[in-house]
Write a protein that binds this ligand. Structure first.
Ligand code: AVI
Length: 384
């Protein structure tokens, strides 16, 4: 691994060669390693967090380093979560290579509306969004995206940015260097005029530190990634981001809304069983990595809407009395029938909830866009 430069000479925070997604930390993996609360996805195209791995990458073989640490993180997390009552596992554990592949499938399912709905909003309003964030075409525009993944939806906004600004810099921030490399390739091949400056970073444990910029910065936090964090953690992430922005800069936040339960539930429990396979993959991962002997056929994917907390919860429910051992965590577990493991929360928002969240962290809403059904909101906020 070596510090590298992109095709236009912009410094990469880190370049890992060869890039492999399997060696990238997940936000949450790092959080777990840091003994902090964990969450999130980190594969190609979704919710990612960031680890500033630069210090490690310069001195350590990243493949072995990360593999060893992820292994430790898994072991620690199963000990923490599976001994506790109720049992739980952190959602970062979903995103090994197979989990990332399954998540990418989820985003294309007819029942899983958030990805498609956000894309429709961005496509329909890209020019208005950019114009509301950046009114002076002669001044440069920097778009910094938290959890950029492969930046699959971001090109919609970058195209509009090029129409409305003479100079556009795109700074995708992600924990996954492989996803960032794909993001850089996607953007530079489709929009060579955009200067891409990828940053490998865990924005949760290591808040983004933006270099001074002579122009406007638009921070993107889309993909309803904020919904996989507790309200307390969500506030911390947004507050850390806000202190990096200056007067005139803006934040674009994508949030999935509270809607009727009969629509919400199938988005997390589809007819083809992809969401179930995604949830159950956590058990397969524990079998593959820390040497567990889960029989995944003896667990059911359970989804519920928690109206008090405004969140979808995913659980794995034991269908029978059973014993499971996890060799490398030195654990012997006994499950009674119907006992559950809580694997994910996905918070849904109301207009009032978005307003208070943004207000509490020092932003003021400038404009918001919704789809025609009001299932998803993209909010542009600036300083109060
Ligand atoms: C990544 N995140 C926004 C997804 C969500 O909707 O909470 C993760 C997911 N879990 C199950 N399906 C999708």
């Amino acid at each position: 691994m070596h510090p590298d430069k992109d095709a236009r000479g912009s410094a990469y925070a880190v370049h890992v060669s060869p890039p492999r997604c399997g060696i990238c930390f997940h936000v949450s993996e790092f959080l777990s390693i840091s003994n902090q609360m964990a969450v999130r996805r980190g594969s190609l195209g979704g919710l990612n967090g960031f680890v500033c791995m630069a210090t490690y990458l310069q001195t350590v073989d990243v493949g072995h380093f990360v593999t060893a640490d992820v292994h430790q993180a898994l072991t620690r997390e199963v000990r923490r979560g599976l001994i506790a009552r109720p049992r739980s596992l952190s959602p970062w554990m979903f995103y090994d290579a197979e989990g990332s592949r399954l998540f990418d499938r989820i985003t294309t399912l007819p029942e899983y509306y958030p990805t498609r709905t956000e894309r429709t909003i961005l496509s329909g309003h890209a020019d208005a969004i950019i114009a509301a964030a950046h009114s002076d075409r002669s001044s440069p525009l920097r778009i910094a995206e938290l959890g950029a993944g492969t930046a699959s939806k971001t090109c919609i906004l970058l195209e509009a940015a090029l129409r409305l600004s003479d100079e556009v810099v795109y700074m995708p921030v992600d924990i996954c260097s492989h996803a960032l490399e794909l993001a850089r390739q996607n953007v530079t091949s489709a929009l060579p005029e955009v200067r891409v400056q990828p940053i490998v970073r865990n924005y949760v444990t290591h808040p983004l530190q933006l270099e001074p910029f002579d122009g406007t910065t638009l921070a993107l936090y889309i993909g309803t990634n904020i919904g996989n964090f507790s309200p307390e953690r969500a506030r911390l992430i947004l507050r850390d981001l806000r202190v990096q922005l200056r007067t005139g800069d803006a934040l674009l936040l994508g949030t999935d809304m509270v809607i009727d339960e009969p629509t919400l539930l199938p988005a997390y429990d589809d007819g083809d069983g992809v969401s179930a396979a995604f949830n159950l993959n956590i058990l397969h991962r524990l079998n593959r990595e820390p040497g567990a002997d889960f029989d995944a056929d003896r667990f059911h994917h359970r989804v519920l809407w928690n109206s008090v907390e405004s969140r979808i919860e995913m659980h794995l429910e034991s269908t029978q009395e059973q014993d499971v051992s996890i060799e490398h965590a030195d654990l012997a577990l006994h499950f009674v029938p119907h006992e559950t493991i809580h694997t994910e929360n996905s918070y849904k928002f109301t207009d009032q909830g978005i307003r208070s969240l943004l207000k509490e962290v020092g932003f003021e809403i400038r404009r918001a866009w919704k789809d025609s059904r009001g299932w998803y909101t993209v909010t542009l906020a600036c300083f109060r």
